[in-house]
Design a protein. Structure first.
Length: 226
């Protein structure tokens, strides 16, 4: 199992702009790290998930993805997202796994057909899966939960440690209002207090369920028309 390595991702700002993305996806990365004397250290030991059932990773493994930085530049390479640790990882040209320690430098990440948006809240930043974009975005928070192994008991077999994928938590996001969890109709009064009647009519007419991702997509798309 490859050793997970942490690296202060100041060098993400260096990564390729659109004109250089056609080159080898990791060209120059290691040289840049050495030139700038960026410190690299082993991550906490044992973080390989080797003996744990299930996977906390979006897509299960690395996929070719694209990172957009908040300075407008792009990086393209092998990426994966850890829903348990809530962080982004990528590979360098040696095949070593690196984790991003400064995600606030990232605006969004595209992994295959999924877009992850980084949102800075009052307490901390967080990656969310973006389902609808626009003035109001529909975001889903995906998390994996670690379950400890259980020893055998009389008539009960032992169970190994495993990851359990939790149900997504949905939010509406705008630059003006920030993140608002979509729990029920009352959640929307924060977003559109002056449009409560119109929204109420839409919810009733379309029979919107706040537990349905499809319905929430329809709702946020509607809000972007108001």
């Amino acid at each position: 199992m490859k050793t997970i390595i942490s690296v202060v991702v100041v060098f993400f700002v260096f990564f390729f702009n659109t004109a250089t993305m056609a080159q080898s996806y990791m060209a120059g990365v290691d040289e840049f790290i050495e030139y700038n004397n960026i410190n690299m250290a082993n991550a906490q030991s044992g973080n390989t998930y080797e003996d744990i059932e299930g996977s906390p990773f979006l897509y299960g493994d690395f996929v070719v993805g694209q990172v957009k930085l908040n300075n407008g530049k792009y990086y393209k390479g092998e990426l994966r997202y850890d829903n348990y640790k809530q962080n982004l990882e990528f590979k360098n040209e040696k095949g070593e796994v690196l984790e991003v320690l400064t995600p606030e430098k990232i605006t969004s990440v595209v992994l295959d057909e999924i877009t992850l948006k980084y949102v800075l809240t009052d307490s901390q930043g967080q990656f969310f899966r973006q389902l609808v974009g626009g003035g109001y975005s529909l975001l889903a928070l995906d998390e994996a939960e670690y379950q400890d192994p259980k020893p055998a008991r009389p008539y009960v077999e032992a169970t190994p440690a495993k990851f359990i994928v939790k149900s997504p938590v949905y939010f509406i996001f705008s630059a003006a209002d920030g993140l608002v969890e979509l729990k029920n109709k009352k959640s929307l009064t924060t977003v559109y207090p002056e449009k409560v009647k119109e929204i109420g009519n839409f919810l009733k007419r379309e029979k919107i369920k706040f537990t349905s991702q499809e319905d929430l997509v329809k709702l946020v798309e509607y809000l972007n028309t108001l």
